[in-house]
Structure formats: C-alpha cells, structure tokens
Design a protein around this ligand. Structure first.
Ligand code: G6P
Length: 367
C-alpha cells in the first residue's frame, strides 16, 4: 500500500533513501572507543591473525558486494582474497585450507547455492562467517559466526540498502583484520572508524543527485544497450550498476573493466551508445579518461561518475556526477547511489514494474 511505501511511488526508491540509516545501523554498534569491536561472532584476534586465504561467496548483488570487499581487504590487509560465484564454487572442487576464512554474503540468508557453498567450506574446515540481513535465516544459523547487516526488511526485488549494508560490514571486517595483523596503527584505526561513521552522511549528500539522475534517465531511457566501465573498485561497482539497470529496466547492459574495452567491447560502441564511466580512484583517473576518449571518438554519449577532486578534462563527457569526499577505499558506497537512481528512473520512464521485475525472485531457494 501507499502507506507502506512511506509516500514513495515504489519500495525501491524508499529503500534507496533508507541507505544512510542502513549503513549507520550496521556500523555504529560495531565501533567502540574508535575501534572495531565484534561480539560473539567468532572473529577473535587469534583467528584473524592465522587466516591464510579469504573466500568471499555470494550470488547476484551479494557477490558484487564481495567483489568490492575483495579489493578493500587485499589493499588494506594484504591477505589473498577471492570473490567467488556460489554456484561455481560449489562444483569446482575448490581449494580450501583449514586456516581459510569464508565470508558468505546473502541478504535473505536462504539462497540455495550460497548455502551449499558455505556447507562445503565448513566441511573442509574453513571458518565461515555470514553477512546476512534476515535474522535467524538458514545461512545465519549454520555459519560459524554471523555479522548481521541491520538494513531492515527489503521488499523491492532489486536490492539497494542491503547491498550498501553488506559493503559496510565488509569494511568493518577489513579494518579489524588490518589492525589485528599490525598493518595499521591504533591511530589509523581511529581515522578509519571516523570515516566509517561519516559514511551515512556522505551517502545522504550523494542522494542529492536524485533530480540530476532523473533528468539524465529521461534522456537515455530509450537506449537499447548501455555499457558501464571502471577499473579496480570502480569495476566492481560497475558490475552492480549494470545488474541494477538490466534487472529492472530490461535494457541490455554490460560492465567492463575499462582496460578490456579494446579487446572486444569497443566494436559494439556506435553513435549514441550510452557509456557510464566510473572513476573514483585518483591514481586511475587518467587511464579511465583515455578510455572515455576512445568511446567518445566512436560516437558514445558519456556519463562520468567521479569524485569532487577530479581535475581531468570534463569536456570528454556529456554529464558529470561528482561524489562527496570520502576515503577512496569506501568510494563504492557512494558511486553506486547515482547508479541505483539512474536504473530506477529509467525503469520508471519505461513503465516497468520496478519492485517486481519479470522472471526474478527476491530470494532463490532452489538451485
Ligand atoms: C536473487 C535476487 C538478487 C540477489 C540474489 C542473492 O537473484 O534477485 O537481488 O542479489 O538473489 O540473494 P541473497 O538473498 O543471497 O543476497
């Protein structure tokens, strides 16, 4: 009903707007005296010191959150970390060591492939920790430890706030591991915790792009194909951006690691193709800008999502979306906001059933 949607036309938009709260509720209870503190989830300092490999497992958007997490953890903790598709992992005789940790990500906590992959990892002797939104769901009950995302009930099939809460749970784990293993000082941890606590406010600021994204959406809602480009964290974010768009608007879309463009995808770029480029990592700005030039030269229209301090050549793109300042490691939490809004408004423009897209289920409990 309209009341349940809190005055919004769709649950998806309501849930997009609830993201600052979802992130705050997930982060706040785990930060005490400027340090990450976990209670009763088995992530003891001793265990975290011993980890040899981290396997992150999930399906759909949960996997995409894991792909962001993999990059953040490897950068911050220097532990080998892989993000794996649950339905692949379970059938490829994965190499799992007794000192491995398996981070299982699932909004519902009931996804069949994710559950099976977790059971396999557990059997092999890995420590399993579940990042789950639904309390007492099967994955939450069976994992060795749980780190709940406190996003609240999510109704829209296309996930938004649960995904954002998953990212913040992964950041917490990353900061904790880095500190326990001596990669960062107490002072660094304090600074990272301050950044984590500032994230909800940064997301709130980012949500102000709503009307811009609505306007951009009306300009491009008739396209038949959209490409999302990025490197590193921006590539992981691009995968989620592309999934959101195709799920609810039924427009064909693909995410590409920007450097892979020249190895095939560029042949699909023609006059008027929409390319969304994500560039939030200063060290990679110039590289991505040169990829943008390549698609512009072939007639693409470009939306560039970047940070406040981007100083490159703005004339290469049609539209620029600037994100508020935040730690680069956490930038995927901001860049996804305009992407969710773009997908939402394009779907609305195309008269799609936003909250219940065709052929999709909120939770996939069969293989
Ligand atoms: C379904 C949903 C996706 C979700 C995926 C994993 O395909 O439509 O939005 O990302 O399942 O769900 P989970 O509950 O495990 O996060």
């Amino acid at each position: 009903s309209a009341a349940e949607k809190g005055g919004y036309q769709h649950f998806m938009l309501k849930e997009i707007m609830e993201q600052p709260k979802a992130v705050a509720d997930t982060v706040k209870p785990r930060i005490k005296n400027d340090a990450v503190v976990f209670e009763d989830n088995g992530l003891t300092d001793e265990r975290l010191r011993e980890i040899e490999h981290i396997h992150i497992i999930g399906c759909g958007s949960a996997l995409h959150a894991g792909m962001v997490g993999k990059r953040v953890i490897e950068a911050m903790c220097r532990i080998r970390c892989t993000a794996e598709v649950a339905s692949e992992f379970r059938y490829e005789n994965p190499i799992i060591g007794k000192k491995d940790m398996c981070i299982v990500i699932s909004q519902s906590g009931e996804t069949a492939d994710t559950l099976a992959a977790m059971r396999l990892a557990k059997q092999a002797g890995a420590f399993t920790i579940a990042i789950v939104n639904v309390v007492s769901s099967t994955i939450a009950r069976e994992a060795d430890g749980v780190l709940y995302t406190w996003a609240g009930p999510e109704i829209s099939v296309a996930t938004t706030k649960a995904y954002s809460a998953q990212l913040s749970a992964l950041y917490l784990i990353s900061v904790k591991i880095a500190r326990v293993r001596g990669l960062i000082s107490i002072g660094d941890e304090r600074a990272l915790c301050a950044e984590l606590q500032r994230l909800p406010e940064c997301i709130e600021q980012t949500l102000k792009c709503q009307s811009d994204m609505q306007r951009i959406a009306t300009l491009y809602a008739n396209r038949s194909s959209v490409f999302f480009l990025g490197r590193g964290l921006d590539y992981a974010a691009a995968l989620e951006a592309s999934l959101k768009l195709k799920e609810i608007s039924y427009i064909h879309s693909e995410a590409y690691a920007a450097g892979e463009l020249k190895h095939g995808t560029i042949s699909l770029i023609e006059e008027g193709t929409l390319v969304v480029a994500l560039a939030t990592q200063p060290a990679l700005f110039e590289k991505t800008v040169s990829n943008i030039r390549e698609v512009v030269a072939r007639g693409a229209s470009v939306v560039l999502v970047t940070t406040d301090d981007f100083t490159g050549d703005e004339s290469v793109c049609q539209h620029i979306v600037r994100l508020p300042k935040c730690l680069y490691e956490f930038s995927a939490s901001l860049s996804i906001i305009p992407m969710q809004l773009l997908a939402y408004y394009i779907a609305v423009e195309r008269n799609c059933d936003v909250d219940k897209p065709r052929n999709l289920a909120k939770s996939v409990t069969v293989e």
